[in-house]
Design a protein. Structure first.
Ligand code: 0O2
Length: 226
């Protein structure tokens, strides 16, 4: 299947995506991505267990994973002019397997992300720090594309996984903004964008203050022990 030229409506993308998703190669590739997600999730859970012993707190609040939907995959490939083959899909798209890690504190995000990429079999492919450099709309998160080997009966296979790290506040903003983005009847969209940006700034201050409270409590505890 290599067509994608004559697609002009969302209904056509849905139809092509349905056919593509039913092919054996697509089903097999998605299974490999599912295995890659399991590998990274396990690594993060192991780090969580070890970190909680060392620092007496869990570095993340929740972890969620998802495989990109066939229709979103085909839409993205169509938009970027990528031929509709599983080989091109694997080579060109880095966010088919996605994991979202929600932490309480910004410091834990960087610690966890560093501990993950320090591991021998995890290779960092791309890192986008939207916490240090938020998007113009106010979006904040740390994004990493990592390469991880999975071991199959036929041999080793390297797969890419996108890991997004956020605080609870960043996650709250991103999920609400995502829902609002798809509303069709927004009057005065600039005003809405401005107010969302303001919310992002408030939440950023909230993250800083929470971090500072945690540091104070940690120091008080340390003093109490000495
Ligand atoms: P979904 O449903 O989450 O998969 P690309 O992914 O290559 O098209 P880019 O700019 O290279 O685009 O990727 P980037 O900036 O790393 O962001 C990709 C993902 O981050 C998005 O996935 C969202 O999950 C999240 N994201 C990025 N910017 C925003 C934003 O402004 N608001 C919200 N709510 N989320 C954002 P997808 O593919 O959009 O969707």
């Amino acid at each position: 299947m290599e067509l994608i030229d004559n697609i002009s409506s969302f209904e056509e993308i849905e139809k092509v995506a349905k056919e593509f998703a039913e092919t054996d190669e697509f089903i097999k590739l998605m299974t490999l991505y599912r295995c890659a997600i399991m590998e990274i999730e396990t690594k993060l859970r192991v780090l969580d267990a070890e970190f909680s012993l060392q620092y007496d707190r869990n570095p993340f609040e929740s972890i969620e994973s998802r495989l990109k939907k066939p229709v979103s995959i085909v839409e993205k490939m169509h938009r970027r002019g990528i031929a509709l083959t599983t080989a091109d899909m694997e080579r060109e798209l880095f966010d088919i397997a996605g994991i979202r890690v929600v932490c309480s504190f910004i410091e834990d995000i960087y610690k966890l992300a560093d501990l993950l990429i320090e591991q021998d079999d995890v290779l960092l492919v791309q890192r986008k720090d939207y916490i240090a450099n938020p998007k113009p709309n106010g979006y904040r998160s740390l994004h990493m594309i990592v390469d991880i080997p999975i071991f199959l009966s036929e041999g080793k296979r390297h797969m890419k996984v996108e890991v997004q790290f956020r605080t609870i506040a960043m996650d709250f903003w991103a999920s609400v903004e995502h829902k609002l983005k798809y509303k069709k009847e927004i009057k005065e969209p600039e005003e809405v964008t401005g107010r969302l940006k303001k919310c992002a700034n408030i939440l950023s201050l909230l993250d800083e203050e929470m971090e500072s409270i945690r540091m104070k409590i940690d120091m008080d505890e340390e003093d109490g022990r000495n």
